[in-house]
Design a protein around this ligand. Sequence first.
Ligand code: NAP
Length: 280
Amino acid sequence: MNIGIVGLGLIGGSLGLELRGLGHHVLGLSRQKQTCEVAQEHGIVNQASIEPSILRMCNLVFLCPPVGQIVSVAQQIEPYLNTQAILTDVGSVKGAICQTLTKLWPRFVGGHPMAGTAQSGILAAEPDLFRHRPYVLTPIPETDPQALALVSQIVDSLGAKRYICSPAAHDRAVAWISHLPVIVSAALIRAGGQETDPELAQLAQSLASTGFRDTSRVGGGNPELGRMMAEFNQDELLFCLKIYQQELNALIEKISIGDWPGLENYLAMTKQLREHYSLD
Ligand code: NAP
């Protein structure tokens, strides 16, 4: 199959490597000429260009630019697509994208591969990134069933664990397990940074170990990605943050009044709840 990839970075490049390995002919479109050259030199694509006409022969096109640019990039490439082509995206938020792009291109299927590393750009592309990782497809009632079937088949061929749900369910779920943790972890780092005694602050920094490492990791990541999550999933993130705030208030109350059995029960419940999450 001729497969187009628009936006040759970590996700687009990793898809290219994988799809080429599966025997597909991969055509890349990116913003910078240099990115296209690197993608060709590293065998990530068969051919790459900054000209959207490269997509004319593609049966399937993956949109992989930053999430805030997916809709505008789709509008730019639309005149160059083969009328039978299927279009899909990899954006981390789906609500804002799926309705708009299904109207623009009736053979559109929303998608989100839940795989990544701390790196970005074409040189961060790596093989096997999607294997055993969740890959969510988010059809809406208007989605073409044939397009969904083809994208599902490609996702399965990547070795990913495919999930299908609505864009709204996706956005709420990722707010709970991805976007809320980033904001909570950022607040945790910032709270520690409020220590006014410089010697004490230094002591805390020196004593920090695995507990702080695990809880601060996502809050200390790429600020641009964190901002995008909040900007494009604002309603769902706010919903989750308000519930989190209630939980924090409940904990403050228990600790203020010295309700130690209550606190222990609370922590026993969270220990059990955590076991329900898939954390491999
Ligand atoms: P990335 O490494 O920064 O790659 C994005 C690439 O898009 C850049 O290398 C850039 O290439 C290209 N680009 C930017 N504007 C463009 C345009 N107008 N037209 C064509 N190409 C353009 O980012 P990423 O991590 O791969 O993320 C890409 C998408 O995957 C996002 O929508 C994100 O939500 C989603 N996603 C990310 C992760 C993750 O963990 N990183 C996981 C799942 C999904 P040039 O060098 O040519 O400018």
